[in-house]
Design a binder for this molecule. Structure first.
Ligand code: S3P
Length: 431
C-alpha cells in the first residue's frame, strides 16, 4: 500500500497536456479490433483500465502494437475474434466489462469474465437484462448479478431497449450487441449519457443514428480502420481545474481537452459557482476540444441536479471538494449512480470530507455540503478509488496541515502521472 502526504501549495502556474480520454481510448481499441485494417491511435491513455482492454483483445487474437507515440490495432473484422484461453481479467474497469459483454454476446464462443474486488461488486444486471432479451446467455457465476460471469454468444435479435439508467456503458453494450443482431437495435435512456460510442462507430462506418435520447444501429456494419487522435480527458482535467480555482494565485493552461457536450457539465458547474475558466482554441474535428485557462477564484455554492448529472458523473467527487471550500450550500441530487461506481462515492466522499472538518451530509442520491468551514489535513482512505484519491490530493493542496492518502497509487487506473503533473505546476517542489 502506498501512502502519500500532501501539503499546501501556492501559485500553481504553467501548462499541462492532459492524458487521453479514458472512454475514447477504450472504444478506439475495441472498434479498431472489430474493423478491417490497421487503426492508429495517438494520445492513447496508458492507464490500467485501458491496458485491461488491450489485454482482453490480445487474448482474443487481435494483434495490438504499443509504441511510444502510438498504438496500432490490427483489426480482425466483425467476426474475427477467437476464443480466449482462460478467463478474461478486467481489473478495475467497468467500461471494459460492460462494452465487451455486448461484443461477446454476439460471438460463436463462450467467455468467462472476472475482475478485482471492486469490479466484482458492481451491478451487471443492467446489461444482463437487455442482452438476455436479445437472446444471449449471460450467467453471473455467483448468482448475485455481478462478476464473475459467463457469456455464451448466440444469434441475437434486435430489440428496442428502454434503459432505466442513464448509462453510456449500458447503451454502448446494447448497441455493440446490435451489430450482431438480425435487425435494427435501439436504446432510449432517461437522460442522454456520453455519446462517444455513437460518434466513433459512425466514424468507423456503422449505420448508427441518434435522435434525442434514442440511439439505433443497423446490424452487420462494415467497420473500416481509422486514425484516432484521442483528446485529453476532461475528467482528468477536472482535478487541475479545481486546483487552479482553489489554490490562491494560480493560473493554469490545460491543453487539448475534450469538451463534448455530453461530458462538459463540470465547466457549467464551475461557472455557476463563480469560477474563472476560459475556453481557447476551440476545435471541432471529430470530438470537440479546447485549451482551458483556469484562474484562482472565490467560489460559492450551487445546485447540481437533473439532466446535467450524466455529463459530470465522474467529476462529482471533485465537485464535492470544490463545494466544501466554497461559500454557502451546494446540493447534489439525482446522482444515485455514484453509489455503484468504483466505490460508493457518496459514502466515501462524505466520510473523508467529514474527517477534514467539512459540514457534509449524505443523501440517498447525492450530498448536501455547507461550504466555507476551515478544512484541515486528515488521513484519507481512497477505498482504492482513483477519483477519490485525486479529489483529495487537490483538497490537500489547499487545506491546513498535512493530508495523507492511503492507497494513493490507485490513480494509475486513469492518470498514472497525476502526482508528477500536480507538482510540475510548482517547480520548486519535488514529487
Ligand atoms: C463510461 C461511462 C460512465 C462513466 C465511466 C465511463 C464510459 O459510466 O462513469 O467512467 O466510458 O462509457 P456509466 O455508464 O455507468 O454511467
Amino acid at each position: 500500500m502506498e501512502i502519500r502526504e500532501i501539503r499546501k501549495l501556492k501559485n500553481l502556474r504553467g501548462e499541462l497536456s492532459i492524458p487521453g480520454d479514458k472512454s475514447i481510448s477504450h472504444r478506439s481499441v475495441m472498434f479498431g479490433a472489430l474493423a478491417e485494417g490497421t487503426t492508429k491511435i495517438t494520445n492513447f491513455l496508458e492507464g490500467a483500465d485501458c491496458l485491461s482492454t488491450i489485454d482482453c483483445f490480445r487474448k482474443m487474437g487481435v494483434e495490438i502494437q504499443r509504441r511510444p507515440e502510438e498504438i496500432l490495432v490490427h483489426g480482425r473484422g466483425l467476426h474475427g475474434l477467437c476464443t480466449p484461453t482462460g478467463t478474461l481479467f478486467l481489473g478495475n474497469s467497468g467500461t471494459t466489462t460492460r462494452l465487451l459483454s455486448g461484443i461477446l454476446a454476439g460471438q460463436s464462443f463462450s467467455t468467462e469474465l472476472t475482475g478485482d474486488e471492486s469490479l466484482c461488486s458492481r451491478p451487471m444486471k443492467r446489461i444482463i437484462t437487455p442482452l438476455t432479451r436479445m437472446g444471449a446467455q449471460v450467467q453471473s457465476l455467483s448468482g448475485n448479478d455481478c462478476l464473475p460471469m459467463r457469456i455464451s454468444g448466440k444469434p441475437l435479435t434486435g430489440i428496442h431497449y428502454s434503459s432505466p439508467v442513464a448509462s453510456a456503458q449500458v447503451k454502448s453494450c446494447v448497441l455493440l450487441a446490435g451489430m450482431y443482431a438480425d435487425r435494427e437495435t435501439s436504446v432510449t435512456e432517461p437522460v442522454l449519457s456520453r455519446d462517444h460510442t455513437e460518434r466513433m462507430l459512425r466514424f468507423f462506418g456503422a449505420d448508427i443514428k441518434s435522435e434525442g435520447t434514442t440511439a439505433s444501429i443497423l446490424p452487420e456494419p462494415e467497420l473500416c480502420a481509422r486514425e484516432i487522435q484521442v483528446p485529453g480527458d476532461i475528467s482528468s482535467a477536472a482535478y487541475f481545474l479545481a486546483a487552479g480555482l482553489l489554490v490562491p494565485g494560480s493560473e493554469i493552461l490545460l491543453k487539448n481537452v475534450g469538451i463534448n457536450p455530453t461530458r462538459d457539465g463540470i465547466l457549467r458547474v464551475i461557472r455557476d459557482m463563480g469560477g474563472d475558466v476560459t475556453l481557447l482554441h476551440v476545435r471541432q474535428d471529430g470530438e470537440p476540444t479546447a485549451d482551458l485557462l483556469v484562474r484562482a477564484s472565490a467560489l460559492h455554492g450551487t445546485t447540481v441536479q437533473g439532466s446535467i448529472i450524466p455529463t459530470l458523473i465522474d467529476e462529482l467527487p471533485m465537485i464535492a471538494v470544490l463545494a466544501a471550500f466554497a461559500q454557502g450550500t451546494t446540493v447534489i441530487r439525482d446522482a444515485a449512480e455514484l453509489r455503484v461506481k468504483e466505490s460508493d462515492r457518496i459514502a466515501v466522499m462524505t466520510e473523508n470530507l467529514k474527517r477534514m472538518g467539512a459540514d457534509i451530509e449524505a443523501t440517498q442520491d447525492g450530498m448536501i455540503i455547507r461550504g466555507g468551514r476551515p478544512l484541515h489535513g486528515a488521513e484519507i482512505d481512497s477505498h482504492l478509488d482513483h477519483r477519490v484519491a485525486m479529489s483529495f490530493a487537490v483538497a490537500g493542496t489547499v487545506c491546513d496541515g498535512t493530508l495523507t492518502i492511503r492507497d494513493s497509487q490507485c490513480v494509475d487506473i486513469s492518470y498514472p502521472q497525476f502526482y508528477r503533473d500536480l507538482y510540475s505546476l510548482q517547480p520548486d517542489l519535488k514529487e
